[in-house]
Design a protein around this ligand. Structure first.
Ligand code: ADP
Ligand code: ASP
Ligand code: MG
Length: 423
């Protein structure tokens, strides 16, 4: 029997009984004859609590110290889980990211995995142990400092290990039964998807469906690691995330696979910039130099009398202060009138590979929002996605209205949220 990588998220190991429950599942997999590598997240909301604690000490915690602090969360869960498994008579050893050979670049708080030198894990497996690896963390070989991969990063640790070890599947255990047509926390009638392609999952994850971290999906697609997203609280089959299946025609493809929402963006408007060549370049050069990624961009038609225009863009609200400071620093040079900042926005995205070949998807989306009395502030589209910006307090209503309008509601409620606080 082959190697299986299992990843357990924070809500699956929130307290001692949960850790014991998860240990049972791991022991069963091992007893069935598989080699098992487990990647574990910090217990419950530990990571958020550690961040709150640091912010209570200082408003700007140094990135290096922040990473050392946050990696402590996963050390706690990995060692407790190893103890719980040993208690069941199955031998287990836990490893930090560094010990497991997760090599990253130097970018504290958002480090990228460069390589996995998994010799110690391979050895542990050869010695008959279940290997438990702390998710979300690695080490930079130049500085020898520990790094973290960004929020939700344990998913990426799991896929990286699965790719490096040639696992037959990477199982992502969480607090819902799989990937749904919308977040089960806000759409109780959401439907479980039996299968989604990497391509669709990339768009869902990029648009706010945090059930999988975006980078883990990129990784899985590049190395063809099949993902199975499922609940650690039930025995149900979850969702398979894979390459498209050969021979599956466009006709069988659903037009829409899901509705994602993201309340974490903000909107910046540069008001009254001269409408001349090079303005947009200067605006976005300043923002890029500050290390900020922008998402949607809209430029208004300039008023003929003034020759001035407005440029709006969205960005993660965590980057708002950096972006506005960078634009304020070039105010004279750009010659704009003022800067507006709005973090009370929400983004809704409709995703489906089938929309490539079906006209009218945008029209139906806008119609559903109109009927729900929801105003659209910005729009962007790609081949398999349409996204709109709404007011933040209307976002959840918008998701439910669009989900219903596209006929995605399940006849019987199947979306169960087993745990977690949704934080
Ligand atoms: P974990 O702690 O296991 O990593 P996360 O909180 O990161 O769990 O991700 C699981 C959560 O993702 C679910 O509880 C759900 O609220 C949210 N979610 C958002 N969109 C979706 C979706 N389309 N399908 C399933 N879950 C989703
Ligand atoms: N504990 C980290 C976080 O909360 C990593 C993870 O859970 O995947 O973001
Ligand atoms: Mg997660």
């Amino acid at each position: 029997m082959g190697l299986i990588v299992q990843k357990y998220g924070g809500s699956s190991v929130a307290d001692a009984p949960a850790i014991k429950r998860v240990a049972k599942r791991i022991a069963e997999t091992r007893r069935a004859g598989h080699d098992v590598v487990v990647v574990v997240s910090a217990m419950g909301d530990t990571t958020d609590e550690l961040i709150d604690l640091a912010n209570a000490i200082t408003p700007m915690p140094p990135a290096r110290e922040m990473d050392i602090l946050l990696t402590a969360g996963e050390r706690i869960s990995m060692s407790l889980l190893a103890m719980a498994i040993a208690n069941l008579g199955v031998s287990a050893q836990s490893f930090t990211g560094q010990q497991a050979g997760v090599i990253t670049d130097e970018a504290h708080g958002r480090a990228r995995i460069l390589e996995v030198r998994a010799d110690r894990i391979t050895q542990a497996l050869a010695d008959g142990h279940v290997a438990i690896v702390a998710g979300f963390q690695g080490v930079n070989p130049t500085t020898n400092d520990v790094t973290t991969l960004g929020r939700g990063g344990s998913d990426t640790t799991a896929v990286a290990l699965a790719a490096a070890l040639g696992a037959e599947v990477c199982e992502i255990y969480t607090d819902v039964d799989g990937v749904f047509s919308a977040d089960p926390r806000i759409v109780p009638t959401a439907r479980k998807l039996d299968r989604v392609t990497y391509e669709e999952m990339l768009d869902l994850a990029a648009s706010g469906a945090k059930v999988l971290m975006l980078r883990c999906v990129e990784f899985a697609r590049r190395y063809h690691v099949p993902l199975h997203v499922r609940s650690s609280f039930s025995g149900r089959e979850g969702t398979l995330v894979t390459d498209p299946v050969e021979g599956e025609g466009q006709m069988e493809q659903p037009i829409i696979s899901g509705v994602a929402h993201d309340p974490s963006e903000a909107k910046v408007t540069v008001v009254g910039v001269p409408d001349v060549p090079g303005t947009a370049a200067s605006v976005f050069e300043a923002v890029a130099a500050a290390g900020v990624n922008v998402d949607m961009i809209v430029q208004n038609v300039s008023a003929a009398q003034t020759g001035l225009t407005d440029i709006s863009f969205t960005l993660p609200s965590a980057d708002g202060p950096k972006a506005t400071a960078a634009l304020q620093a070039v105010k004279e040079q750009l010659g704009y009138e003022s800067l507006q900042y709005d973090d009370q926005i929400g983004k809704l995205s409709l995703i489906g590979a089938g929309m490539k070949s079906h006209p009218g998807v945008s029209a139906k989306l806008f119609g559903a929002l109109r009927d729900a009395g929801i105003n659209i502030e910005m729009i962007s589209t790609s081949e398999i996605r349409v996204s709109v910006i709404t007011r933040a307090d209307q976002l959840e209503d918008a998701v439910r209205a669009v989900h219903t309008a596209f006929g995605l509601d399940a006849e019987e409620q199947e979306a169960i949220v087993y745990g977690g606080t949704g934080r």
